[in-house]
Design a protein around this ligand. Structure first.
Ligand code: UT7
Length: 337
């Protein structure tokens, strides 16, 4: 392993010691959507790979999903929540404007020693979160942290807009990261990027300081997600390929060393195109968008959790987590699991 990029191997690594995910019970199939907007199962399946998505009920919130996923990850890690030092919740559908969703998770878990915050990097939020915790653990400042990706995108979806409503779903995934000082590896490398010039490719504009709730909206659709699908599609493929190639170069790894690429699940065709350009064989690419839709910050940890549970990756495997989303933001983590 090439550790030149770290200025030498760090004394400590951030190891994933537990993982969990949670999705609301209620589901919405493509056929259900075809009764709501002018679309079909055939169109959605061939253009996106999505078959069904999970949708929260009115009384289910982002913090609830996040807490459930976190409990599962903590149980797997055999870690008492009271020993957590940091909780990051990556989300663009927070519990409320403030306090943070992470504050509600901390309260629910009784993680009394943790400092907490939300991270708004859209679909890249979870991989951004891992890179932040990596720095704190490698520097020796922290031993135990929790990174959660949690979304209730159904609450900011325009259910009359067929170009966006077919894409998204709700859910949460979480990992416990702990200091490994026994030679075990963990996060080897992270590369994060953004391009604010393209903010308008994907956004939800109200209600913030530009469009506060007290001011009537000229365009009522500003309360919903708006996407420029084609632009996102092309940018996503380009940035995923670039970032994975950068990571491989920085770590002196080849495709042959990678067991699995776990991408943000935004569209099966985007993931397949990027994988083809990277010359990644199908068995090294995990896709579960069919059962969840795009769950933004939650998608990578949900996919990671499923990947481990189904035996597709094992301890010691080298994997790449990669994401792309609004901001624009994108990034990847190379992990020796
Ligand atoms: O995580 C980041 C967030 N994710 C995204 O932003 C999504 C990225 N983009 C995509 O996944 C794809 O661009 C989409 C799935 C959104 C769209 O697929 P596409 O192959 O790029 O389709 P398109 O937008 O070029 O539209 C093709 C046609 C259009 O009709 P015309 O103009 O050819 O007559 C659309 O009006 O498909 C029509 N269309 C639909 N037809 C049936 C658009 N949405 C639908 C629909 N059902 N739901």
């Amino acid at each position: 392993m090439n550790d030149k990029t770290h200025g030498g191997a760090p004394a400590y690594r951030a190891m994933i010691s537990g993982h969990g995910s949670f999705a609301p019970k209620k589901t919405l199939t493509n056929d259900d959507l075809a009764k709501m907007v002018d679309t079909s199962d055939e169109w959605i399946t061939t253009r996106t790979g999505i078959k069904v998505r999970h949708i929260t009920k009115d009384n289910e919130t982002t913090a609830m999903l996040a807490t459930e996923a976190a409990k599962r990850a903590l149980a797997e890690a055999h870690l008492d929540p009271a020993d957590l030092e940091l909780i990051i919740v990556a989300t663009i559908t927070p519990e409320m404007v403030f306090p943070s969703t992470a504050s509600f998770v901390q309260r629910a878990l009784k993680a009394t020693q943790a400092w907490v915050f939300d991270l708004a990097a859209a679909c890249s939020g979870f991989v951004y979160g891992l890179s932040i915790v990596q720095q704190f653990i490698e520097s020796g400042r922290l031993k135990n942290a929790l990174v959660i990706g949690a979304e209730t995108l159904s609450k900011i979806t325009d259910w009359t807009d067929r170009t966006s409503c077919i894409l998204f779903g709700d859910g949460a995934g979480a990992v416990v990261l702990q200091r490994a000082d026994d030679g075990r590896k963990g996060i080897l490398y992270s590369a994060m990027h953004s391009d604010g010039d393209r903010w308008d490719a994907l956004n939800c504009q109200a209600y913030g300081s530009r469009y506060p709730a007290r001011k009537p909206l000229k365009d009522p659709n500003k309360i919903y997600m708006q996407i420029k699908g084609r632009e996102v599609y092309q940018q996503a493929i380009r940035r995923i390929v670039q970032t994975v190639e950068d990571c491989l170069r920085a770590c002196d790894l080849s495709i042959g060393d990678i067991r699995m690429m776990i991408s943000h699940q935004m569209n099966a065709r985007i993931i397949e195109s990027a994988s083809k350009r990277l010359k990644l064989p199908d068995e090294k690419v995990f896709i579960n968008i069919g059962q969840y839709g795009n769950t933004s910050a939650a998608s990578v940890p949900i996919a990671f959790d499923e990947c481990v549970r189904t035996g597709r990756i094992k301890r010691g495997d080298i994997i790449i987590l990669v994401a792309f989303g609004a901001g624009l933001t994108w990034g990847a983590n190379v992990v020796e699991f």
